[in-house]
Write a protein that binds this ligand. Sequence first.
Ligand code: M5T
Ligand code: MG
Length: 577
Amino acid sequence: MLVTLIRRYSKPYFPYVAAVVVFQLASTIAALYLPSLNARIIDEGVSRGDTDYIWRTGGLMLGVALIQVATAIAGVYFGSKAAMAFGRDLRRGVFRKVSSFSARDVNVFGAPTLITRGTNDVQQVQMLMLMGLNFMVATPIMCIGGIFMALREDLNLSWLVWVSVPVLVAVVGYLVVRLMPLFRSMQVKIDRLNGVLREQIIGIRVVRAFVREPHEAERFGAANKELTDVSLKIGALFVLMFPAIGMILHVATAAVLWFGGQRVDAGDMQVGALTAFLQYLLQILMAVMMGTFMAMMIPRASVCADRIGEVLDVEPSIREPLTPVAPAQKAGRVEFRNVSFAYPGAEVPVLSDISFTAEPGQTVAIIGSTGAGKTSLLALLPRLYDTASGEVLLDGVPVSNLERGDITQRVAMVPQRPYLFSGTVEHNLRFGKPEAMDEELWEALTVAQAADFVREMNGGLASRIAQGGTNVSGGQRQRLCIARALVTEPKVFLFDDSFSALDVATDARLRRALKAKTADATVIIVGQRVSTIADADQILVLDKGRIVDRGTHEELLERSGTYQEIVESQLTAEAVA
Ligand code: M5T
Ligand code: MG
């Protein structure tokens, strides 16, 4: 998966990658050249007192060093550019994919892990790209070139290379192998922490109301501790890593000086060659270390890449039709034909054998006890879910054959749990129709009985709405959502219990205004209060996912037991209140 992702998302940046390769090649060769120049200055210049030679070689050394620095900077610059662009594209890919998910697809993963995958996991892969681009070329050349140059300085000391490199590889490799599973579990712990935190922030009011803070703090504490424990274990290994590497480097240095010093004493080797050899050995060991670090990042990044790949590979369960049908007329006629529906993974259907028709200009109301399936029924029209059997038709065409945009253009839903986005009032109202004029917004607000309180808010249309719409009351939120639906001027309105948070008087006023505004539209209202739905053209009584009776208020009052019960229960409730 890692390879696939890198291949797919780094393609546009090949020119950058090519630049990185060229610059790193240049900088590595320059770096390898420097110790040898240094040795020449000592052995040929200093030892013979040849000032001229020292100046010339010193100048050359300065030039090479400048080239090395410049090319190294350029290499890192292009490498970072490529890696960051890669990360951005990958994040965008994940975001686009998640945006195409249906409610069901999101539930398969859960929001917290989708968030981690789109942020932290992408970052890990991006990090590997960055390190890879910065060291991939340099490391092997440094290693092999370093060995070659070191042996050129002195063959007799070569055994020091053959001993110290494997020791370093063994030590770092051992630590890396121990670290791998820890990194893997770290990703899961981050998911879990995100999940707990997210749930608590969203549910903060409930937590407060039930004084569950201690319990929730405990839950968070547990997740937090798990993450800390893993991080500490990783830290403990890293603590070992640096002294171990330092030790190997120092022992190698001491060994070079010890054995090399004896050869210099015996006159078999020059001091400059010894310094150069030492510098090369250190370069080799550094390169080996970087290589091992890289090797360590690959498994971690590949865990992340797999997790990202899982998201990218999802086939959205609700797909656009291959050959969309354009309906002959777009009046907004809704028809349910023997519809059954079950939530994914659930055994029992929540809706069975639902059939009804709602004509333009008509109001169809759905009433039924909580859990009867009213919300689920509405969700089928904008195709938030697909039916198990039967068909949902809009203007005579099954919604599964309609283009998504075609449906949303004609159908506006006010969800049971109204949701507002952070931004301003007008930003929210223009959600479905960005080009709407201010007058249209005010008109919609007036119909939705929201104009007064919006006028009273400090900025009017420009007043701020907090994330999730938490700075307005439940009823205000509902009315803003109704206004938002009105602005789009759809053919079909779906109101899911949208008047429940309003007092009876406002409810009545709103429905009167709505009636004038939606005269030609098809309106489907889910309501709890009999008063809300009494004047509907047709009332469907829903019970346990089945339509048990239908008719007008008067007809139902006469013959439907369930309906009578509902009416009676509300009358008594009102009497009690
Ligand atoms: C009907 C189940 C739920 C309930 C039944 C929304 C939703 C519902 N269900 C799921 O399994 N997953 C879901 O995402 O479906 O639920 P409903 O359609 O929401 O009922 P309602 O709108 O009539 O109830 P209410 O309380 O809004 O009046 O049993 O288990
Ligand atoms: Mg509902």
